[in-house]
Design a protein around this ligand. Structure first.
Ligand SMILES: [Zn+2]
Length: 88
């Protein structure tokens, strides 16, 4: 059985879904870390600040979620990535 593979919105590399952090759009068009992987349209990122920064610069969220009205709190996303992915 092959593990599901997703593309990181930051570096564009593919990785097993378990190695990536899921993002989703919450109320108010706010992009948040979806720690519960609750479904709906998601975006995926490595739990790395470099990938987050690249995703923000490339406006990858707008493409991933197919909407242009998104907002995010960079500091909160950074914290969320570390909390979810910092298992090494
Ligand atoms: Zn990445």
């Amino acid at each position: 059985m092959t593990a599901p593979v997703r593309t990181c919105l930051g570096c564009g590399a593919t990785a097993p879904q378990v190695e990536l952090v899921r993002l989703r759009v919450a109320e108010g068009a706010m992009v948040i870390v979806d720690a519960k992987r609750s479904g709906g349209r998601g975006g995926w990122l490595h739990p790395a600040e470099a990938c987050l920064e690249r995703a923000l610069k490339r406006r990858a969220f707008a493409r991933a979620f197919k909407r242009g009205d998104l907002q995010w709190d960079g500091a909160a996303l950074r914290r969320g990535l570390t909390a979810v992915g910092g298992r090494d």
